[in-house]
Design a protein around this ligand. Structure first.
Ligand code: ADP
Length: 580
């Protein structure tokens, strides 16, 4: 059948005009040709520059075995199609019986499908070899000059349509990419929070690449830490630390070069994390680089093999380049915020320490001054009396008594201050020896002034022995008793109990005094703590006694607790281990 040029060209043009994708262009072109020339078989082969080979992309009536044989066929093998590509000219065979040696391969194939005549039309674009279009006729056929020219023209039109489709596709892809890169840059620029930047970037990236999972990891200390993740395993991947050494991510980070695997299984590689074992087939990882130094990796993966192409590497690198700046800035910002926070804390702690020291000094000096003023006042009165010679023995007795009391108070205060300093420098040491707590408390009560207006009762076991520091325990009992006397009204009874409870020694001091407001109970054992009602009975104090008491008790391995109702009274309970 002779080719009628007009009809074929018209048919081709209208079919090609409708197609925007290169593979569709190839298909409609071949179909049009097959119909017009009444071909028995036909195929389109595309040339791959990198491997210098051709592969079929679309065929009609080729046998499956045959297709297998001609995949990645070297451009140098003896086939008519190769000859057409190499010469850039339409090549024909009029009859298989009459085939030159240079194309023996085509002869074999033609015989396999019962084809007599073959035409091979090169597809070229500005000197670039795109591929070849081949068809075979069931009958021998003599191609005349007009037909060869027509075929050459068919080749040119198909090549042009393919190239146009390829360019359009590339343009569309670039437009998409530009738009998305812009969106990524925008999303990244507006964020201070590194995780939000990364999440936004990953979700935008989904518009550019078809991936099922993705992650961004950045170097933190010695590890690469996954800071953003999408996909099925996002939850487990997030915050995972990838230790230095193994893995694709570290390889990409240390070499600074991208990594692409079309199929992890075929490449004999393990997926990025154990969990992905079954789902990750292909993967693309690019480094995040700031000022020439890799500091993280951007990774996308897919459950499909060959999900990413070589061309995607450059695109991912552009995304990585866009992200690097904002990520680095966000990291620095976060570090600065942290530093400022640490500084603020340190400053606050220092200020607090200074304030508490100031408070300590001011309270302590005030407390020390009171007895000192009164001692000084009495001494001056005595001096004046002595100078005037008017010495009244009763008066002198009272005044010296006051001096004695105030000196004792001064001594107590100084002892407390010394104890505080010992406690705070860890120098409060115990001198343990066999001790009887009952003995200590009885001795204490024996030394109470006769004229005390409060009654003190003692209920005690015969003895409550233990290996304790007797002087320090005396201080504990003394403090609790002093407080009870200080904060309870005259004519009330103070009850003291000393007994053994299992392996513990228990000392309780109960008064029916002013009690302690519930609000003040939790902090009462802290230095300088005084309850809101402490001044009620004109009781002075530094608020150190209970603090020291608790330290002593705890040094012995014991506990101290309070039961108190404001306005009714208080019970202090000391429990020491090791009685008996
Ligand atoms: P100071 O008695 O020198 O103020 P303490 O440390 O001994 O210091 O006691 C702390 C505070 O606990 C007292 O200021 C007082 O408010 C309260 N407190 C202690 N014992 C009693 C008690 N028996 N009854 C009522 N309040 C008490």
């Amino acid at each position: 059948m002779t080719l009628t040029g007009e009809r074929l060209l018209h048919r081709l043009s209208s079919a090609l005009a409708r197609e925007a994708r290169p593979d569709a262009v190839v298909r409609v072109a071949l179909d049009a040709l097959v119909t017009e020339v009444g071909a028995r078989s036909a195929g389109v082969f595309l040339f791959d520059e990198a491997t210098a080979s051709v592969s079929p992309v679309y065929s009609v009536n080729y046998l499956p075995d045959m297709l297998e044989q001609i995949r990645n066929l070297s451009i140098d093998s003896p086939a008519l199609s190769n000859l057409a590509i190499r010469t850039g000219e339409v090549q024909v065979i009029s009859s298989v019986n009459d085939v030159p040696d240079g194309v023996v391969f085509t002869k074999q194939l033609a015989e396999m499908i019962g084809v007599q005549a073959v035409a091979a039309v090169p597809l070229l674009m500005g000197g670039r070899r795109l591929g070849v279009l081949v068809y075979g006729l069931a009958e021998a056929h003599q191609f005349d000059e007009a037909e060869l020219r027509l075929l050459q023209e068919v080749g040119e039109r198909v090549s042009t349509a393919m190239e146009r489709a390829r360019l359009e596709q590339e343009l569309a892809r670039r437009a998409d990419e530009a738009e998305l890169l812009h969106a990524i840059a925008l999303a990244a620029a507006g964020e201070d929070d590194i995780n939000l930047i990364l999440e936004a970037a990953l979700s935008q990236l989904a518009g550019l690449l078809r991936f099922t999972g993705g992650s961004i990891a950045v170097v933190e200390g010695d590890d690469l830490v996954i800071r953003a993740a999408t996909g099925v395993f996002a939850a487990t991947a997030l915050n995972q630390r990838l230790s230095r050494g193994g893995g694709m991510s570290w390889r990409v980070l240390t070499t600074g070069t991208p990594f692409l695997s079309h199929d992890l299984l075929l490449d004999g590689l393990r997926p990025p994390s154990q969990d992905d074992e079954k789902t990750v087939r292909s993967i693309l990882v690019v480094p995040l680089i700031w000022r020439g130094k890799p500091f993280g990796v951007l990774e996308v993966d897919s459950s499909e093999p060959s999900a990413f192409h070589e061309a995607d590497i450059a695109m991912m690198q552009r995304v990585a380049a866009l992200l690097s700046g904002p990520i680095e800035l966000a990291r620095r910002y976060a570090a600065e915020v942290q530093l400022r926070r640490d500084l603020d804390q340190a400053l606050a702690a220092a200020e607090q320490a200074i304030a508490s020291r100031d408070r300590f000094i001011s309270i302590a000096s005030h407390e020390l001054k009171t007895p000192l003023t009164s001692i000084k006042g009495m001494a001056q009165l005595l001096l004046r009396a002595h100078a005037s010679g008017r010495l009244d023995p009763d008066r002198i007795g009272r005044q010296v008594g006051t001096i004695d009391t105030q000196a004792a108070r001064l001594q107590d205060l100084i002892d407390d201050l010394l104890d505080i300093s010992r406690i705070q420098s860890g120098r409060l040491e115990l001198r343990r020896e066999p001790t009887d707590l009952v003995q200590i408390v009885s001795d204490l009560l024996g030394s109470l002034p006769e004229d005390s207006r409060q009654r003190v009762s003692l209920a005690a076991d015969r003895s409550v022995p233990g290996n304790w520091d007797p002087l320090r325990l005396e201080q504990v009992a003394q403090n609790l008793l002093d407080n009870a006397l200080k904060y309870a009204a005259p004519e009330t009874t103070i009850e003291i109990r000393v007994l053994t409870d299992g392996a513990d020694a228990v000392l309780t001091v109960t008064d029916h005094g002013i009690g302690i407001p519930a609000n003040d109970l939790p902090t009462l054992f802290e230095p300088f703590a005084r309850a809101a009602n402490a001044g009620q009975r004109d009781a002075t104090g530094l608020g150190l006694g209970l603090y020291i008491t608790r330290q002593i008790v705890e040094r012995h391995g014991g506990t101290i607790s309070i039961d108190s109702i404001e306005g009714e009274g208080s019970t202090f309970t000391v429990r020491l281990p090791g009685a008996g």
